[in-house]
Design a protein around this ligand. Structure first.
Ligand SMILES: Nc1ncnc2c1ncn2[C@@H]1O[C@H](COP(=O)(O)OP(=O)(O)O)[C@@H](O)[C@H]1O
Ligand SMILES: [Mg+2]
Length: 500
């Protein structure tokens, strides 16, 4: 790909990007969320037309007008969100959309070739299984098989490990090795440094729509890559004092709740979080974590069970009531739920608090106090904003998150509920936010940390609970937790001995 430019209204997602991948290599495309990785690969796959630039395959210039063109050129893509048809079988999904009739040849031919491919690449799936019956990891295998079936020489995988347990990730990496041996070119999109170091031969780092550089893995290390990703020095180690648990900040008993689709999302969840302790909730997304946080913060009504926060029974209370009782909420969808996008940074900082001292005096707002508080928060939380009056929506993701923390933590909460607090943030903002959470713990606040990032969970938590299909598979003291054990629980295995 040579000098590719792709602009969306207001953003240049790819800014003169040149990217080259060879047969027989795993080439990682690394960058923070929003760096432009998916856009570049959607262009290669024919989903977008570049504003300018050219694509060459085997030295020859090609025009890729659609995914159909891409497939014809031997390019396959496994998207971040799978595009399978649920009621159909694996074999039907693989055959679907192939040129000609909806199903080429008799099902048995498709099945036979599928079995061959599955064996050759070590991608076990049952061709006759219905897709809805499969786990996320198995669905991903189907997507890979589908691409191989169509003759992909170049395979693009967009953040493939985000839906996998650690064990499934290891299996995927073996498959990638195998594809490499067979002479395929594999493009592995990721924002995770460890995975890139483990699986890639070469890496191209993108930042803000531009390529920062392409390197052989042998000539880089994690800190170098992190620096390339964010453009500054970063520290990986967090210092953490001994946990001194106080009384219970949160008690959850036998909680049941339904998902938006009316299906059971929480099925008898029980745990507690002490003051001065961080309890991490690990698990592959979609196993009830979202519903749990919603119930605890008053956004969803439980069907059964009890929630006691800071000594008060608050089951089924409103978000405002819960917040007023000393609960800080760092929401998963920070732009939709965490801020009022059109309001200024200053107004967002006092949101939910404007009715309280010292910001109001009777019916009037105390503007001087508000301004002082905003200025202090902006400094203390390193919020990069042109001015306190700037609309919050103009800030970067990391700065929006810092704003939310500044507001939520300034109320001196007794319990912090943080959902994916560093998801998609650059390394600098991630580091600051983790430090802030640890500081809360040190100050005797109870912290419930929900995250998909196991590294984060292990670095911050004192105890780790793993959720699977709406249940807690086990709770482990972080000091004893191994990646392997957590991975097994993430895949639905219950912990043998239940820790306190
Ligand atoms: N279809 C689209 N319309 C408008 N903006 C988009 C679209 N797709 C991506 N963007 C923007 O382009 C930038 C790069 O996004 P993306 O390629 O998805 O990054 P990455 O995959 O590295 O996280 C982001 O600022 C994103 O908001
Ligand atoms: Mg992406």
């Amino acid at each position: 790909m040579q000098d590719i430019v792709k602009t969306f209204p207001g953003v240049r997602a790819n800014d003169h990007v040149t990217f080259e991948v060879r047969a027989g290599e795993v080439h990682a495309l690394l960058g923070e969320n929003g760096a432009g990785k998916t856009t570049l690969m959607n262009t290669l796959y024919g989903l977008y037309q570049p504003d300018s630039g050219a694509i060459y395959l085997g030295g020859k210039r090609v025009r890729i007008r659609s995914p159909r063109d891409a497939i014809a050129h031997g390019i396959g893509m496994v998207h971040q969100h799978f595009k399978l048809v649920y009621p159909h079988t694996v074999a039907e999904n693989v055959a679907l959309g192939l040129s000609g009739a909806p199903f080429i040849g008799p099902a048995r031919v498709v099945e036979r070739r599928l079995r061959e491919l599955a064996a050759r690449y070590n991608l076990p799936v049952d061709p006759k299984a219905k897709v809805w019956q499969l786990s996320a990891g198995e669905q991903q295998r189907v997507e890979i098989l589908k691409a191989l079936y169509r003759g992909a020489d170049i395979l693009i995988l967009d953040e493939p490990t985000s839906v996998l347990t650690p064990q499934e990730t290891q299996e995927l990496f073996k498959v990638l090795e195998r594809m490499k041996e067979e002479g395929h070119a594999v493009i592995f999109i990721s924002h995770k440094l460890d995975e890139v170091m483990e699986v890639a031969d070469r890496v191209t780092v993108m930042r803000r729509g531009k390529v920062v550089g392409t390197k052989a893995i042998s000539e880089v290390d994690k800190p170098t890559l992190a620096r390339m990703m964010v453009g500054r020095e970063v520290v990986f180690r967090l210092s953490k004092g001994v946990c001194q648990p106080g009384e219970e900040a949160l008690i959850v008993e036998d909680l049941h709740a339904s998902s938006d689709r009316g299906l059971p999302a929480l099925r008898g969840v029980s745990f507690h979080v002490c003051r001065g302790e961080i309890l991490g909730i690990a698990g592959v997304a979609g196993n009830g974590q979202r519903e749990l946080v919603e119930v605890l913060t008053g956004l969803r009504r439980p069907r059964r069970g009890r929630v006691v926060i800071l000594g008060r029974e608050l089951t089924g209370q409103s978000p405002r009531k819960i917040a007023d009782c000393g609960v800080a909420h760092i929401p998963e969808e920070r732009i939709r739920m965490g801020i009022v996008a059109g309001m200024s940074v200053e107004d967002n900082l006092i949101l939910k608090k404007h009715h309280r001292q010292p910001f109001s005096r009777g019916p009037l707002l105390n503007l001087r106090e508000i301004r002082r508080f905003a200025k202090q928060s902006i400094e203390e939380y390193e919020i990069m904003t042109p001015s306190p009056k700037t609309p919050a929506k103009l800030l970067s993701g990391g700065n929006i998150q810092k704003l939310i923390l500044a507001r939520e933590l300034s109320g001196q909460p007794g319990l912090v509920i943080a959902a994916h607090p560093t998801y998609g943030l650059d390394v600098g903002a991630t580091e600051l936010i983790r430090k802030l959470l640890l500081r809360q713990r040190e100050a005797g606040v109870g912290v419930l940390l929900v995250s998909e990032d196991l590294e984060e969970i292990m670095a911050l938590s004192d105890r780790i609970a793993v959720m699977f299909r709406g249940e807690i598979m086990g709770i482990v003291p972080a000091a004893e937790a191994s990646l392997e054990e957590l991975g097994l629980m993430m895949a639905g295995e219950r912990r043998a001995k239940e820790a306190a």
